[in-house]
Design a protein around this ligand. Structure first.
Ligand code: FES
Ligand code: FES
Length: 465
């Protein structure tokens, strides 16, 4: 008998042939379980039509089921939109009731995903911001006004609704042929040494999309989602240590303590469903030129700690990225943690992301600048740029030009020419090279205005009321 992987769907036990560990959860829900309330839209994690809830170890996450695999939910409990009414013996959940009351659906295609996002929002311990919770859900026909009103009604009306039975123990999640799922770092490193060609999978928000785009599936996966040692955050020492498997949502929370200026930048990283599943190391290891995290970590002087079975080493983030989608990670190594040094005295941090759409879009340009302001001039200047060429990188020539200069409007506008000479933007669907040069230079003006507390031209926060 071939091995099976087990999870729950709407509180029913499901057993699936383990050879399907890399199959998308969405396909199983719709085509095998015939729970067709969950919709398929973009199939790349961007529209939210396929959202479900996944519960494991007391924690419930919003998940885009199109970019989650069956292997990743082994041992967990999954709930699709049908599970809500099953659970409530046919009654509507407050999220469903509010969508009806507020007339927040027309064709209804996006509605199941929006309902699941509202359920997730209603379960938060502090009142969630509707636009933030719904930022990963696209609606093509209703318009967002009534959907936001539905969110408010839902969060006012929701009492406690226990959605999940006592879950299956995580010990039932295990390794399957071609899908290794170690529970400790030692075993993960052993498997990495034995199978250097295996595909390392964590949140899968980038990889699973790539498999779909290329029509491929890896023959061997090393899944790190169960390695507890990789999920630790240590903020007790002078450095902030963030385990490789820490989710983007958790990483953002701990970065915002010492660096609150990055809040506007980081809130545009991804939707709640992406942030709850993508990991900090995954974001760095993909070495995407449009990753938002790498340039921020570069100007914070962060390091990537990596290990193989016999040794470890520490690599600055700015040299860890070696080119387009390439890093300096060796074939037998795994990232174990990201280490961010303490905030220096008098540090100023400026973080800008320019994209065609405000929420959850790929950057046309990221510009990150940090310096210490000493006697009115910039010292220890670090500048990183992303989104405009084949990799995120520091700009040492421009940094040197900034050293010892005051960050005034006049000086920053003078420095714009140096910045222009230091970058080599490309033209692609997100912007022309000429546009990117102009934006990069204009952001120096923005920096000088921000430095002087200019609030009249604050273009960054636009919230519907
Ligand atoms: Fe669009 Fe999954 S189908 S996010
Ligand atoms: Fe039609 Fe939202 S109601 S896409």
């Amino acid at each position: 008998m071939s091995p099976t992987l087990t999870f729950q769907l709407n509180n029913q036990a499901i057993h699936v042939d383990a050879n399907r560990a890399c199959d998308p959860l969405l396909d199983f829900i719709r085509e095998d379980a015939r729970r067709t309330g969950t919709k398929e839209g973009c199939r790349s994690g961007e529209c939210g039509a396929c959202m479900v809830l996944v519960h494991r170890a007391g924690c419930t996450r919003l998940v885009n089921s199109c970019i989650a695999t069956l292997g990743q939910v082994a041992g967990a409990a999954v709930m699709s939109v049908e599970g809500l009414t099953d659970r409530l013996s046919g009654a509507l959940h407050p999220a469903q009731r509010s969508m009806i009351d507020q007339r927040a659906a027309q064709c209804g295609f996006c509605t199941p995903g929006i309902v699941m996002a509202l359920v997730f929002g209603s379960a938060q311990s502090t009142p969630a911001v509707p636009t933030a919770v719904l930022s990963g859900n696209l609606c093509r026909c209703t318009g967002y006004r009534p959907i936001i009103d539905a969110a408010r009604q839902c969060w006012n009306d929701s009492g406690h609704v226990e959605l999940f039975d006592s879950e299956q123990p995580d010990t039932e999640a295990g390794s399957f042929p071609g899908f290794e799922s170690p529970a400790s770092l030692a075993v993960a490193l052993e498997l990495r040494a034995k199978h250097p060609d295996a595909t390392v999978l964590a949140g899968g928000t980038d990889l699973v999309t790539e498999w779909r785009r290329n029509g491929t599936r890896p023959s061997h996966v090393l899944y790190l989602g169960r390695v507890q040692e990789l999920q630790r955050i240590d903020a007790t020492g002078p450095d902030l240590s963030i385990g490789a498997g820490v989710t983007i949502a958790q990483a953002i929370d701990c970065l915002l303590g010492p660096w609150p200026e990055a809040a506007d930048y980081l809130r545009r990283f991804g939707s709640p469903a992406i942030n709850a599943n993508a990991t900090i190391a995954g974001n760095l290891q993909t070495a995407s030129p449009i990753g938002d995290l790498a340039p921020l970590l570069m100007v914070l002087d962060a390091r990537v700690n990596v290990q193989n079975q016999t040794a470890d080493r520490s690599i600055p983030v700015d040299t860890f990225v070696a080119g387009y989608r390439r890093t300096r990670l060796a074939a037998d190594e795994l990232i174990t943690e990201i280490v961010v040094p303490p905030r220096p005295d008098r540090l100023k941090l400026f973080a800008y992301k320019v994209s065609r759409r405000f929420d959850q879009d790929l950057a046309s340009l990221n510009l990150l600048v940090s310096f210490q302001l000493i006697a009115g001039v910039m010292q220890q200047v670090k500048v990183a740029i992303g989104g405009l060429s084949n990799q995120a990188s520091r700009l040492p020539v421009f940094e040197t030009a900034c050293e010892g200069r005051p960050p005034t409007l006049q000086v920053m506008q003078q420095l714009a020419q140096t910045l222009n000479a230091a970058i080599e933007p490309i033209t692609d669907v997100r912007g022309s090279a000429r546009y990117r040069r102009l934006v990069a230079q204009n952001l120096l003006t923005r920096l000088a205005l921000d430095m002087n507390g200019d609030t009249e031209t604050n273009l960054r926060l636009v919230q519907p009321t």
